[in-house]
Write a protein that binds this ligand. Sequence first.
Ligand code: PLP
Length: 458
Amino acid sequence: MQTIIEPFRIKSVEPIYFTTKEQRISILEKAYYNPFFIHADDVLIDLLTDSGTSAMSSHQWAGIMKGDESYAGSPSYYAFKSAVQDITHMPEVIPTHQGRAAEKILFSILGGKGKYFASNTLFDTTRANIEFSGAEGVDLLCEEGKHPIIPAPFKGNMDVDALKQFIAEKGAGNIPLCILTITNNSGGGQPVSMKNIRDVKQVCRENNIPLFIDACRFAENSYFIKLREEGYANKSVKEIANEIFSYADGCTMSAKKDAFANIGGFLAMNDKELATKCRNLLIITEGFPTYGGLAGRDLEAIAIGLNEVMDEHYLQYRIRSIEYLTNKLIEAGIPVMQPAGGHAVYIDAKEFLPHIPVEQYPGQALVGSLYTEGGIRSVEIGSLMFGKYDDNKKLIPAQMELVRLAIPRRVYTQSHIDYVAEVIIEVFNNRYNIKGLSIIEEAPILRHFTVKLKPVTE
Ligand SMILES: *Cc1c(COP(=O)(O)O)cnc(C)c1O
């Protein structure tokens, strides 16, 4: 088979800055072993997130110039609305400044004490917004999804039996929404199958519970369905996306992912009454309903990006580049989530660093070593992000200790990725020198963003 090439040429470049290992050791210490405190120009390859870090196309940049900044009724809003509707067929489209703003509005209205939200896996901001409202979020991931090393085609699926049981336990009246995150970000960027979406919808319909899609990576998920699910090989990505949204009553989206935009998001739904309530809150927190916290130029860039992302040459390259890095690591014996997800490579830090107990955050320790060894910035998705404390202040660990290497869209080339693999292999060969970490300071919610740590010494 021929090499799958980057389906673009480079017109404008950004420099990256080189540092020595000694410099990086000192930078990491000053950043309290938290990658969010490192200055971006001290990073060589930035795999912290794929959010807002995409390279926009020349068409999108042209759209930026075309953007209309009228306070009300901007043509850029109508272009945006029409792009969203083309994919979702939902009548109500509400722009927000990013995904979590859509979540904040939705859960302020539907959440509250005594309410439960069931999901395959809630993303961290989604969970935080649910909990901030006083409600509880529950992850009902399928069994395959809980085993990082065992491959399966749709590890992002929801456990439908667990959902039925959950509804029976809590009462449908206390569950305002069921949420499917596609692809399943926290669970490994793993896709959800069309069959699973259909089955979840069926249970929701029987119980009168609306189904919402966290649609941040709808195009990557649709492409996985095309590749892996029977009956979809000859359908276009757009047709697949249309079918996904046909089962949903609404969706939230961060345009910083599968819309190649640097900022933006939206809330879309069928229910007019709920949309009115959302717009009333939007006006207080985000802005008038035809711009919702965004500039007209952002709306224009999102509208164009939503179409570009469904291009199958792009998606083939996108999915292949994640798989390429995953396979290189597997060949070197490194424990990674399998099969490759849609936007990131996940290293199983518990297996990688068996000598570091979960109370010493092996994922965060590995994040630090990847930075000092090669200037690569990654993020922990484990007990630092999702851990809780019991009444005795003892850590209740997360289900998995993962390190995520998120690949920005259209940004790095194959040689960058080859370098990343070399650095990880080098760290793996010296892994028993890596020490665990302990927390010096932390916030009560979303602590991984601002936590300060130090190496465990003894
Ligand atoms: C990024 C993300 C969000 C939140 O979006 P922001 O634009 O970062 O606020 C919600 N859900 C998922 C699955 C995401 O990946």
